[in-house]
Design a protein around this ligand. Structure first.
Ligand SMILES: [Zn+2]
Length: 272
């Protein structure tokens, strides 16, 4: 089977066989029992990316649907712009919440597409592979993508580090980058509990070199979380989990419900 993945060692195309992916030079990568390929050369015994607790928290929170408006906005934008049979790549897919829902939306609209998804965390990819084994799950990093140059029509960058040059390299000319960022009021209700003087987020409107801005979609809703385990999960998946003192943390975890805006911006950039 053909794939946009390339050999991380020699950059030659990979061919997917039954139990492994292999390049012409004979480098081969075993298929894990969950159905993903480990294409990360440096991952020898170490742990990259998010840990198991963070992944489980994030999955519980996302699967409860609180961020569905962002996911819906992405799906709508991809449906509107993806060429027939186009290649979609989610670099930093986590456990596959956004990519999985995108695949469902494309299927529902009977739109042919080939979706590839990778993440640097093996724990996350294991769950991604169980959720959607058909989305070519792989362990890989965004700074050295095992992906052929000029092979991608739609590239997702959802809360993953942004490696501009790699993104430009893998995209086709005219291909699109879908980038989600937290907007000004995102999680302000959460921050009000955590901090005495909460602050708004700053959003950069700077267009990355090599791209033109095609669209920018604002997503803002009020959510109410009435399940304490979801409040904890939300907290654990934000950077505030590292930055908050005991007082703020205790106050938040004692709540039985939390109201907060969710506020994102989805940028659609086109490779020029
Ligand atoms: Zn090779």
């Amino acid at each position: 089977m053909q794939t946009i993945y390339i050999c991380p060692k020699c950059k030659a195309p990979l061919v997917i066989e039954e139990r492994c992916a292999r390049c012409a030079a004979g480098h081969s990568y075993d298929r894990a029992k969950e159905g993903y390929y480990n294409l990360l050369l440096t991952n020898v015994g170490g742990t990259h990316g998010d840990n198991k607790e963070m992944i489980l928290s994030r999955r519980a929170f996302l699967d409860a649907g609180y961020y569905a408006p962002l996911s819906d906005a992405l799906n709508e934008a991809v449906l509107r712009t993806l060429p027939k049979g186009g290649a979609v790549l989610d670099g930093g897919a986590g456990e596959g919440y956004y990519t999985g829902r995108l695949a469902e939306a494309l299927e529902k609209a009977e739109r042919a597409a080939e979706i590839y998804s990778f993440d640097i965390s093996k724990e996350a990819v294991r769950r991604l592979a169980k959720r959607r084994g058909d989305l070519h799950p792989a362990v890989a990093g965004v700074y050295d993508m095992p992906v052929a140059s000029g092979s991608v029509d739609a590239l997702l960058n959802f809360f993953a580090p942004f490696a501009r040059e790699e993104c430009l390299r893998v995209l086709k000319k005219g291909g699109r980058l879908f980038m989600a960022v937290p907007e000004r009021e995102h999680l302000y209700g959460l921050k009000r509990v955590l901090y005495e003087s909460p602050y708004y987020n700053e959003v950069s409107e700077e267009i990355p070199d090599g791209f033109s801005l095609e669209e920018s979609v604002e997503i803002r809703e009020e959510i109410e979380i009435t399940e304490p385990s979801h409040i904890r999960a939300l907290f654990e998946m934000t950077p505030y989990a590292y930055r908050t003192g005991k007082k703020g943390r205790d106050a938040l975890l004692a709540l039985s419900s939390l109201k907060t805006p969710i506020h994102f911006r989805l940028f659609l950039y086109k490779k020029i």
